[in-house]
Design a protein around this ligand. Structure first.
Ligand code: LLP
Length: 436
């Protein structure tokens, strides 16, 4: 089993209280406050090793962590130590990676609407690859690279036309997608690169089929399309593309009913397609985000008010919600929770865990069986490492939570809790509204 197939971090233990990385979760809540994001270093490094193990047959495999899942300086440092490169999609992600001391050749710049300023910054920092998404970007990148007197090393992002069974909002590979070149547009862009875009060096193709994917067949189909196109381009244009990026998307286990495949499904899909078409592609990129970081992360909340609706359900409110984890309200995402200070207690109540934000839709889990809850109890939500902090907001002008890294009974802060002053730091009062 690889770590993406567990609900909880691998170091989770039930003692008097729940512990992760040897740290008592109730003590962490006391020391750092709640809501609190907690990242287990052992789980994170374990999954990195599972990926390496799955691709051990491939010499030129480039693992690119998709920063969008969780991008903080300490997390980037750990992934850099684990030999991962980085898939970035904004100046902010590129800057974080750069400031974390990463060799920028290991960085790929993705995205469907990169701005001229972002492209400038990426070229200045020496980002290794651009995944060119559309005709507009190809021209823009070529012009900026020409003005700088440099050549941009590029992959072309294609839309493979694959429909995966995941939430509609996180599908990307289907034909009607905002991302990438349709397969029927590939010849036009290749001709433009050959004839006009002298500052683009075409190295390979890139595709990404979606996120939280459980079906293995989608990957087989995707890699087959990439390999077929690479073979066709060689035959028709005499261009040898020596790089193929198969994207990310591998699912994780949020609840008992989730059955994500292990990471080896990705390497099997690659091997299968390469053998079928007897093609040898020297460099393969994969860019997983969620399956790298999700299971390593949990969120701790403190229970506050409760409301028993007469003849209805019982709501238990916690001190966080849709601003620190928008996934339940955005994607109807489901989570597993436990009470950190009552690990041995029987589940005696069915409750709905509500967030503290001013929206009826701010519900974190509906109808979950838990021990009887009281104000002050600490609830641990599992599998919140990915797309929680990275999609968090200051809705209701609430400070974003802190994040700690735990390992070998030690905890270290890796993101400070926002302060009230942080919240107004970018505000400006025009002169005419100033008070003497
Ligand atoms: N590569 C590309 C080009 C992507 O667009 C994405 C994710 C990834 C890699 C990483 O996919 P992963 O391995 O993390 O599934 N906010 C949504 C997920 C959006 C994913 C966007 N693209 C959620 O919370 O479920």
């Amino acid at each position: 089993m690889s770590e993406n197939q567990f609900i909880k971090p691998i170091s989770t233990e039930k003692k008097d209280n729940l512990t992760i990385g040897g740290c008592d979760l109730v003590e962490l809540a006391k020391e750092y406050g709640t809501p609190l994001y907690v990242i287990d270093e052992a789980t994170l490094r374990g999954i990195c090793k599972s990926y390496k193990q799955a691709f051990k047959e491939y010499e030129n495999i480039k693992m690119m962590y998709a920063c969008k899942a969780l991008c903080t300086s300490a997390i980037i440092r750990i992934l850099d130590e684990e030999d991962f490169g980085f898939d970035t999609v904004s100046a902010g992600e590129i800057y974080t990676v750069y400031k974390s001391g990463v060799d920028m050749q290991k960085v790929l710049f993705n995205g469907n609407n990169k701005s001229a300023q972002e492209i400038q910054l990426a070229l200045e920092y020496g980002v290794g690859r651009f995944s060119v998404d559309n005709f507009h970007e190809a021209e823009l990148l070529n012009n900026i690279a020409a003005a700088k007197g440099v050549t941009a090393e590029i992959l072309l992002r294609i839309t493979p036309g694959i429909e995966c069974h995941t939430h509609d909002y996180i599908k990307t590979g289907q034909t009607d997608s905002k991302f990438g070149f349709d397969l029927t547009q590939l010849d036009s862009i290749i001709n433009l690169i050959k004839t006009s875009y002298k500052n683009l060096n075409l190295r390979g193709l890139h595709a990404h089929i979606g996120s939280q994917i459980f079906e293995t067949q989608c990957y087989y189909d995707e890699v087959e399309i990439l390999v077929k196109e690479i073979a066709r381009i060689k035959k028709e244009y005499g261009i040898s593309l020596d790089e193929m990026n198969i994207g990310g998307g591998l699912g994780v286990k949020y609840t008992e009913s989730d059955t994500p495949p292990s990471v080896s499904v990705l390497s099997d899909a690659v091997t299968n397609a390469m053998n079928k078409y007897a093609i040898d592609i020297p460099t393969i990129y994969i860019e997983p985000g969620r399956s790298i970081i999700s299971t390593a992360g949990v969120t701790l909340y403190t229970v506050g008010s409760t409301k028993q609706v007469p003849n209805g359900r019982k709501y238990v409110a916690v001190d966080g919600g849709m601003a620190d984890n928008p996934r339940p309200s955005m994607y109807q995402a489901q989570y597993t929770a436990e009470v950190a200070n009552k690990p041995g207690c029987e589940n005696t109540e069915k409750v709905t865990i509500a967030g503290r934000f001013c929206e009826s839709g701010d519900i974190l889990i509906e109808n979950v069986d838990l021990p009887k809850l009281e104000a002050g109890d600490i609830i641990c939500f599992y599998n919140t490492g990915a797309y929680n902090y990275s999609m968090s907001s200051n809705y209701n002008r609430v400070e974003k939570p802190a994040m700690v890294l735990v390992n070998n009974s030690q905890s270290d802060i890796i993101v400070y809790r926002e302060t009230l002053d942080n919240l107004i730091a970018n505000d400006n009062i025009p002169d005419r509204l100033r008070r003497k």
